[in-house]
Design a binder for this molecule. Structure first.
Ligand SMILES: [Zn+2]
Length: 458
């Protein structure tokens, strides 16, 4: 593992005044802001102009939404219900309780409860509700029978069990808002563990290693190597839930300076250097971040459930329920289906040679069905234990020319560079990102103090 060789230390991490929204529905406000920027640009210094270009680019594609706005929206609407017209009561689920009893107590007939149980099976079965979590009952007035109850299995969404005559059950994905943030750091000798304690930061480092994987040899990172990053952090209900896309990365070592710029167009989606050459491996190392390999590809494995020797033609990555599963390369969904052993699974075709498969999913990501095009790193589903599985994990399988292989032993061809006719477009994006990276500072205040004892007095 490369991790033992070095530690990466992040010095600062400042949220930028820019936020983007993942589901842009209304972009009418953008025109006014663009016009304002144009006026500002005409009078600003050249340096400033450059800065605004960057800002404009980031907000240009998607909506700008402030956290205050989102909070306001939440206050008006809760689980899709207008808060001024409904009453909400939370009830903690306790072990050994029967949902049927709870609902009966709320005035729901046993007949309805039985039908609801049946109806919930395909969406989110009421049998999966867990002690320690909450049910929120929704009522049209404070003492009436509830018209629905809501359960939140994970931070990404909630299930609405409607108790109206139609007995509707639906899973609602929450809106994810991405803020652009920056970070920089220096490779030190022993700080990897400190970073793990830091929660989200290792995810960013992981993405940097992926983005620069063909340009930088991270297995031989040296003390004193330095890096800078521009990335998105995702928020749900105003709370950080994890990092999103890495937008740009810079890495400096004895061999020079390396840039990776995320570029997406009709023809490309990936990371490229300043000349437009791919800086990322054609295939990601793993479909889940921070997972633990719980079982490697093994032609002679004792099966944990069946108890017989059955070859394990995949690699198992153990991760908590609901962890996003990423496509390891660009491709097309061949199957998004269900199998008795596989559970919910997705199979992707990447090109004539390679296919990959992801088993035991809790659920598919939005829009994932046969024929869907996916980009490298795109979320295609969430970790679960459907089918024949002892706990939450992804069984990841890799086919080469129709034969299953151990992807951890495969040498993949490098990704393709951007073609000449698209380079001009790429260079515009590149310049913006390079500017953003270049203005990030390396030294933290602490570091300055260490280097310059005179500063101690100030
Ligand atoms: Zn497996």
């Amino acid at each position: 593992m490369p991790r033992q060789n070095y530690g990466l230390r992040i010095f600062h991490n400042q949220p930028k005044k820019v936020s983007t929204q993942h589901h842009p529905e209304n972009s009418s406000g953008g025109i006014v802001i663009d016009a304002l920027i144009a006026i500002v640009l005409s009078v600003a210094l050249i340096i400033l102009a450059n800065h605004f270009e960057v800002w404009k680019h980031i907000k240009g594609n998607e909506n700008v939404v402030s956290s205050e706005q989102i909070l306001e929206e939440q206050e008006i609407c809760k689980f899709g219900y207008d808060v001024s017209g409904y009453f909400f009561t939370d009830l903690e689920l306790k072990a050994d309780q029967f949902l049927g009893d709870l609902l009966y107590y709320e005035g729901i007939s046993f007949d309805k409860i039985a039908k609801l149980e049946e109806k919930s099976k395909d969406i989110y079965s009421v049998r999966k509700l867990k002690a320690g979590k909450y049910l929120t009952f929704v009522r049209p007035d404070s003492c009436s029978t509830p018209c629905s109850f809501v359960y939140q299995p994970d931070p990404y969404g909630y299930v609405v069990y409607s108790l109206e005559d139609s007995l509707d059950v639906k899973y609602v994905e929450k809106e994810v808002v991405a803020h652009v943030e920056t970070a920089s750091g220096t490779v030190t000798s022993s700080l990897w563990n400190a970073m793990i304690d830091n929660g989200l930061q290792p995810a960013v480092i992981d993405m940097m290693e992926d983005a620069l994987s063909s340009a930088v040899d991270f297995y031989h990172a040296q003390k004193g190597d330095r890096f800078k990053l521009v990335f998105e952090r995702n928020y749900i209900d105003g709370e950080a839930i994890g990092v999103g896309k890495l937008l740009g990365a810079y890495y400096e070592n004895d061999y020079g300076q390396h840039y990776a710029v995320r570029y997406k167009s009709d023809n490309y989606e990936g990371y490229f250097d300043l000349e437009g050459r791919a800086t990322k491996r054609a295939f990601l190392r793993a479909p889940v971040k921070f997972s633990r390999i719980s079982s490697r590809y093994n032609r002679n494995r004792l099966h944990p459930i069946k108890g017989r020797r059955i070859p394990h033609l995949g690699t198992d990555y153990a991760a908590p329920y609901g962890t996003p599963i990423h496509a390891v390369a660009n491709g097309v969904v061949e199957i998004a289906g269900y199998g008795k052993g596989n559970g919910k699974y997705v199979k992707l075709r990447h090109n004539k040679t390679y296919q990959t498969q992801y088993l035991h999913m809790q659920r598919f990501a939005k829009g994932i069905r046969k024929g869907t095009r996916v980009g490298q790193g795109q979320v295609i589903g969430y970790v679960g234990s459907t089918g024949l599985a002892t706990g939450p994990h992804v069984c990841f399988r890799f086919w080469k020319n129709g034969r299953q292989i151990d992807h951890l032993r495969e040498n993949f061809p490098p990704a393709k560079p951007i073609k000449k006719d698209e380079l001009e477009d790429y260079f515009i994006k590149r310049d913006e990102m390079k500017y953003m990276l270049d203005v990030i500072n390396f030294e933290s205040d602490q570091d300055k103090l260490a280097h310059d004892p005179d500063n101690l007095s100030s």
